[in-house]
Design a protein around this ligand. Structure first.
Ligand SMILES: NC(=O)c1ccc[n+]([C@@H]2O[C@H](COP(=O)([O-])OP(=O)(O)OC[C@H]3O[C@@H](n4cnc5c(N)ncnc54)[C@H](O)[C@@H]3O)[C@@H](O)[C@H]2O)c1
Ligand SMILES: [Zn+2]
Ligand SMILES: [Zn+2]
Length: 361
């Protein structure tokens, strides 16, 4: 058993705590990872607010990179010392989706079998099966994805969740194609990654929508060709005005809100694609005329983790970044210590950061 300093959310809405936890030795198919850095994602805050489920206490943090410290029996994909990004999807290879050849939807994704716990033995629920606001974490070997170790680990960690979700929402789920027009609603870490992904896929017009001018300024730096503050202008009218009155080929909702979903629905061209990557609160509902859903055609899709296959996608995007084809360094707004996660939540809510990244010594 190892001891590790970690950030937990003990109860709904309560300030997070830095505490010492117990992490078991890896068993069969498990690996122990020394965390190098871990981004603060909006989903960690959703956990803390009880918006994901009620399995408190949570071990937060799920956007991480680090080094393999120990491997359990039967582990073949990584060795001690390897630099890895931790994925929250490790396809089982056996479920009905894996068997159909669509492992990116895997319905029985693997996590460590053994539990991490508080000193008194209380079992922790690791956020998204990871729990990486911790010096050490235990995951399924398939969650540990080896990438080129020359990348900045702070940048690499963000590909573990928000950046991959955004890139994949555009490329895998939205299938953005050469010359397409794309509108992205919500320009946080996920939305800006969707902008980067759209540009990489060859989109011509990329329209960024947000309610915060600072976010829109960053969106421009990530490659948006047009920006609109939806507090001051109707984003649907604006998107039509810059797409010859037609609407965008692909619209990407990266907020998780019925209002922005509705805007993304109406800002689409006929037969266009709407991708929902923002995570809604369970209490949210949407009311759309069924005739509009029929009449506008196209597809309304959800993007779970950017429909990524981590073992295929993580090494690829790290190499594209190292080759200078995409710039992922700009997603890191600041680096912080483990004790600053709570203040990072406040900065995120105030829109001051794209990503705060916890760095371990
Ligand atoms: N589907 C997935 O697999 C996946 C993965 C990671 C994160 N997410 C979700 O994606 C969403 C975005 O995450 P993030 O980390 O980028 O969050 P974030 O807080 O960094 O960004 C959200 C952005 O939305 C903007 N916004 C808020 N209300 C708006 C409105 N009414 N109109 C336009 N813009 C508005 C904010 O100003 C901010 O820029 C969250 O819901 C998160 O849980 C989903
Ligand atoms: Zn499966
Ligand atoms: Zn996340």
């Amino acid at each position: 058993m190892h001891k590790s300093k970690a950030v937990i959310a003990r109860d709904k809405g309560k300030t997070v705590e830095v505490i010492e936890i117990a992490v078991p030795e890896p068993g069969p198919n498990e690996v122990l990872v020394t965390i190098k850095s871990c981004g603060v994602c909006h989903t960690d805050l959703h956990y803390r607010e009880g918006a994901i489920n009620d399995d408190f206490p949570f071990l937060l943090g799920h956007e991480a990179s680090g080094y393999i410290k120990e491997v359990g029996e039967a582990v073949t994909n990584v060795s001690v010392g390897d630099f890895v990004i931790i994925a929250w999807r490790s396809p089982c290879g056996l479920c009905r989706s894996c068997v159909k050849g669509k492992p990116w939807y895997c319905f029985d994704s693997r996590n460590a079998v053994q539990d991490m716990s508080l000193a008194d033995g209380t079992i922790l629920s690791p956020a998204l099966g990871i729990g990486a606001f911790s010096e050490l974490t235990l995951v399924d070997a398939g969650q540990a994805i080896k990438v080129n170790p020359s990348v900045n680990p702070n940048t690499a960690s963000l590909l573990g969740c928000g950046v991959m979700a955004g890139l994949g929402a555009a490329i895998n789920t939205g299938s953005v194609a050469m010359g397409d027009s794309v509108a992205v609603f919500g320009c946080g870490g996920v939305g800006n990654a969707a902008i980067v992904g759209s540009k990489l896929a060859g989109a011509q017009d990329v329209i960024a929508v947000d309610i915060d001018d600072k976010k829109l300024k960053w969106a421009k730096e990530f490659g948006a060709t047009h920006t609109v503050n939806s507090l001051n202008n109707d984003p649907v009218d604006f998107i039509r005005s810059v797409t010859d009155g037609n609407g965008a080929d692909v619209t990407i909702e990266a907020v998780g809100n019925p209002k922005t979903y509705e805007q993304a629905f109406y800002a689409r061209d006929h037969a266009g694609v709407l991708v929902l990557v923002g995570v809604p609160d369970p209490a949210m509902n949407i009311n759309l005329p069924l005739i509009e859903i029929f009449g506008r055609g196209g597809s309304l899709k959800s993007s779970w983790y950017g429909d990524c296959l981590p073992s295929r996608d993580f090494p690829k995007y790290i190499d594209l970044h190292l080759d200078g084809r995409i710039d992922l360094d700009k997603f890191v707004t600041e680096t912080i210590s483990l004790s600053e996660v709570e203040s990072a939540f406040h900065k995120m809510e105030a829109g001051e950061v794209l990503r705060s990244v916890v760095v371990f010594e």
